[in-house]
Design a binder for this molecule. Structure first.
Ligand code: LMR
Length: 328
């Protein structure tokens, strides 16, 4: 089969279930792992899908596969390099195999708030990161925000010592492993889709994630409570394959690139509200949220910040400096 015939065949088989693609349209499969309702990535991917399907009708069509229904994050980048999926937005921690520079985003307490994250990602240092994996076949089209992470466990966590000895699910990332070791906790890298079950059955005692993931996956139901630590970042890179992107006709690539950029700006600008809504939704559903005193928070910073030194060589001291100057 020629590439075009394959595209048509894929398109037709997909249209049987999703009823979206017309014959001859370029099919853009977007695979992700979160829920769609209320979730920053789910909302952004759905908006991208509806804009592409409306504005590029006849040229291209997008099919979004949420909730790890097509791939989990361990598989999706390989699948993209094979041409089985064209877009995804894995969290920045998931690029571990492709670049060490992205480790800056996992370092605990690197960014004061989401404004600092936005400023860093928009800076020259941040924008250069989008193209830093081109040699490995991956191209970043933009950063999508989720938010800052909170800890939860099957017992109250108020000071770092409370986490000692507990097993925590982390995303597969050496920085996050080191972060949990700095707390004398036991890190357990695990796919997102497995976390609820692991918390429920006691395979792990706790986890770290954002308000929208804690709400969307209902982690709060199987935890004692969530501690508002804001200790790390969970953001995304919208990624595509260099081969696929370069193979598009100029007008298609330009139009798609513009839509991605506009969706990125629109949804990133709304992140504070989406985050607050998810935090509130946890409370409304009966979840417990504990806030820290300044003193307690300082103890978490003191326990985890030494991790920076371990990864300074990977990340680049100049990038850390750039991020820190934005925090001022
Ligand atoms: C996780 O694995 O916890 C997150 O990266 C999931 C996501 O995409 O928000």
């Amino acid at each position: 089969l020629t590439a075009a015939a394959t595209a048509v065949a894929v398109c037709l088989s997909a249209s049987a279930t999703l009823a979206q693609c017309d014959e001859g349209e370029i099919v853009i499969k977007f695979s992700h792992v979160t829920n769609t309702d209320k979730h920053p990535k789910g909302i952004a991917a759905s908006l991208l899908q509806s804009r592409v399907n409306e504005e590029m009708n006849g040229k291209a069509c997008m099919e979004v596969y949420p909730n790890s229904t097509l791939y989990n994050d361990d598989q999706v980048l390989e699948a993209m390099l094979q041409g089985d999926v064209q877009m995804a937005a894995p969290s920045l921690s998931k690029f571990e195999k492709f670049t060490k520079t992205f480790r800056i985003f996992d370092l605990p307490f690197m960014f004061k708030n989401m404004e600092a994250v936005e400023a860093f990602q928009s800076s020259e240092a941040g924008q250069n990161m989008l193209t830093s994996m081109e040699r490995r076949g991956l191209l970043g089209l933009g950063f999508w925000h989720n938010g800052l992470k909170q800890f939860s466990a099957n017992k109250p966590l108020l000071v770092p010592e409370d986490a000692a000895g507990l097993k925590f699910r982390v995303q597969p990332s050496d920085v996050l492993v080191a972060q949990m070791e700095a707390l004398d906790a036991s890190p357990q890298p695990m796919a997102f889709s497995e976390v609820y079950g692991a918390l429920q059955t006691g395979v792990v005692d706790g986890q770290e994630n954002t308000w929208s993931n804690i709400y969307g996956q209902k982690f709060f139901e199987v935890q004692d409570g969530i501690t508002e630590t804001n200790h790390g970042l969970l953001d995304y890179m919208v990624v595509t394959s260099v081969d696929w992107w370069d193979g598009l006709d100029d007008d298609v690539r330009d139009q798609l690139g513009t839509i991605v950029k506009e969706v990125t700006e629109e949804r990133n600008a709304a992140i504070a509200q989406v985050d607050a809504d998810n935090r509130q939704a946890i409370l409304d559903a009966g979840g417990t949220i504990r806030e820290l005193t300044e003193e307690q928070r300082a103890a978490w910073v003191e326990a985890m910040k030494p991790v920076w030194e371990q990864f300074e060589g990977d990340v680049g001291a100049e990038n850390i400096e750039a991020a820190q100057s934005i925090n001022m």
